[in-house]
Ligand binder design. Structure first.
Ligand code: FAD
Ligand code: SIN
Length: 545
């Protein structure tokens, strides 16, 4: 680590939360009555996956047709034998409570009148769900959630919001040569000033989102660079199930629109997938057609694209009325119209893109990691909820439920944790300004293209091996560069992404079967001869920190 042990003035908070998405801000709001909290975001507060979420949040509200048991069963089926049933029950059981909490924070969900004239929440349907159970705010649920939580957090005297603050490295008791274990703080880069400072805390929570930017094409904002996973791995935490990277079947395919999602709710409202000749094809893949879980739909689209040598397939909702489309999908309608696609009359060109990281930092039911005082919540964590494949709209629910689980645990334990002493300064005495920034952008492109080509929707042993060879070379080059030059946000992200890429490939190589999101031509079937196993990677320094 680039540090020296001279003392300095430093910031202290009881709790530092890295991440201003649904998970991080919910936890901050739960804890703020009793503790001083800093929420760090590496860009603007709204730049996170939460803000861009479209479809909604799953919760059982239709008591006549739906039930908790049914939601649990659908989640377990999607997860392909690898969900932790207790975690699924815990999470699904908190659905309504979580939605009501969000409503208390000011989130306005879309409502409708029931046949008796009463106002109730409007529920969408999405793939894998056997009932309508997606609570939403039109087709921009994440924006409504983000803006409400940010407003509440801004108004709270105990919450300090630090935008453009990027966690560089965690500081553990072990790093400081202490005999005990635990988290002591973090080195943080202010990317506006370029300064790195240490922030001390009793509890540190990683709520840094997923790692989907490791792929060339992704629905995610650029914050999803797997920082939390790489930070926790370097600090000595186990990482699990990284082979299960989810590809969303329908990302808009247009040269001027990067990363724009066409919500699964469009298929939920009857959208058909079509080949360029107008023919449907999902009947060849699954009896649930367009409403099959997304691994099946994404693989079907990938297979049709490769079979016919076409650039994309099409999603057609034009059989619904203009009124219906504009009311249910105002954001998607306007975004497409700006690109001269009138979705009321034309099908939408779509391709699959990397969307969600099912694996991550291994946590228990209270979001605890392997390091005392270090928690992980939201997409960065692997709680056991999603197993081998996440069902649509279960992710925001997980963010909310595990924010509450962490809240309970932190309140219980923080009283026994002493305030850390002075932390060492970050040492920049041996580095200089980079004269070869091009290396970062070049390596970034190479990494993301290799992952897309070799570790994508369909894998083989050979492709994984090729990808690993490239990743190792990139790691060597980036590590050398990191040791020589002053760090920037781009360099930090690249350094983290090459670690995450390695973890994804290692997990994929360890799984000698196809299951859920992991499909390999060398083992095309699910191995039912033994109980399904999670893939767990153990770092060299495990147990020491
Ligand atoms: P995020 O919301 O991604 O927030 C991550 C935060 O961590 C950001 O503030 C970022 O700046 C910060 N951060 C990252 N690295 C660092 C660092 N090194 N230092 C400091 N801060 C850092 N799920 C659903 O359930 N329903 C949906 O309808 C839905 N739609 C989606 C649509 C899109 C387009 C996308 C991309 C995802 C969607 N998902 C949906 C998934 C869901 O939005 C995410 O899984 C969820 O929002 C993740 O929340 P989070 O709080 O864990 O992370
Ligand atoms: C979508 O709206 O299709 C995204 C839902 C999700 O990822 O959960």
């Amino acid at each position: 680590m680039n540090n020296s042990y001279s003392s300095s003035t430093q910031d202290y908070y009881d709790i530092v939360i890295a991440g201003s998405g649904g998970a991080g801000l919910s936890l901050a709001l739960h804890l703020a009555d009793s503790f001083k909290i800093a929420v760090l975001a590496k860009f603007a507060l709204t730049e996170c996956s939460t803000y861009y979420a479209q479809g909604g949040i799953s919760a059982v509200y239709d008591e006549k047709h739906d039930s908790i048991e049914s939601h649990i069963e659908d989640t377990l089926i999607a997860g392909s034998g690898l969900c932790d049933p207790e975690i699924v029950r815990l999470t699904v059981g908190q659905g309504r409570k979580s939605i009501e909490w969000l409503r208390e924070q000011g989130v306005n969900f879309t409502q409708e009148h029931s046949s008796s004239g009463k106002l109730r929440l409007h529920l969408n349907r999405e793939g894998g769900h056997s009932h309508r159970r997606i609570v939403h705010t039109d087709d921009a649920t994440g924006k409504a959630v983000s803006l409400s939580l940010i407003e509440r957090a801004r108004a709270h005297a105990n919450i300090t919001l630090l935008e453009y603050h990027n966690v560089v490295e965690l500081i553990t008791a072990k790093n400081l040569g202490e005999k005990t274990q635990g988290i002591r703080g973090a080195y943080v880069l202010n990317s506006l000033t370029g300064k790195i400072t240490s922030i001390a805390c009793k509890i540190l929570v990683l709520a840094t989102g997923g790692a989907n930017k490791v792929y060339l094409y992704s629905t995610n904002p650029h914050t999803s660079s797997g920082d939390g996973i790489a930070l926790a791995w370097r600090a000595g935490c186990r990482i699990s199930n990284m082979e299960f990277m989810q590809f969303h079947p329908t990302c808009l395919y247009h040269p001027s629109a990067h990363s724009f999602l066409i919500s699964e709710a469009v298929r939920g409202e009857g959208g058909h997938l079509l080949l360029p000749n107008g023919k449907r094809f999902m009947q060849q893949y699954d009896s649930r057609m367009e409403l099959a879980p997304r691994d099946i739909v994404a693989r079907a689209i990938d297979s049709e694209i490769k079979k016919h040598g076409i650039d994309c397939v099409y999603l057609d909702i034009s059989h619904q009325s203009r009124d219906f489309i504009q009311k249910h999908f105002p954001t998607i309608y306007m975004q497409c119209l700006e690109l001269d696609i009138d979705i009321c009359q034309q099908p939408i060109p779509v391709v699959p893109a990397a969307h969600y990281t099912c694996g991550g930092i291994l946590t228990d039911s209270h979001a605890r990691t392997d390091i005392p005082g270090l928690y992980a919540i939201g997409e960065v964590a692997c709680t056991g909820l999603h197993g081998a494949n996440r069902m649509a709209s279960n992710s925001l629910l997980e963010c909310l439920v595990f924010a509450e689980q962490a809240n309970l645990d932190i309140r219980h334990h923080i009283v026994n944790i002493p305030k850390p002493g002075i932390l060492p300064n970050w040492d920049e005495s041996k580095v200089s300004d980079s004269d070869e920034e091009v290396l970062i952008s070049h390596n970034w492109d190479e990494l993301r293209r290799s992952m897309w080509d070799y570790v994508g929707i369909v894998r083989t042993n050979k492709r994984l091996e090729r990808a690993m060879n490239r990743v190792i070379l990139l790691q060597e080059e980036i590590s050398e560069y990191y040791g020589q030059f002053r760090i920037s946000s781009d360099l930090l992200e690249l350094r983290n992404l090459v670690i995450v890429a390695e973890l994804i490939i290692r997990c994929a190589q360890m799984r000698k079967e196809s299951r859920g999101l992991h499909f390999t031509q060398d083992y095309p079937h699910t191995d039912n001869s033994k109980a399904p196993q999670n893939t767990i990677l153990i770092p060299k320094n495990y147990g020491n920190n």
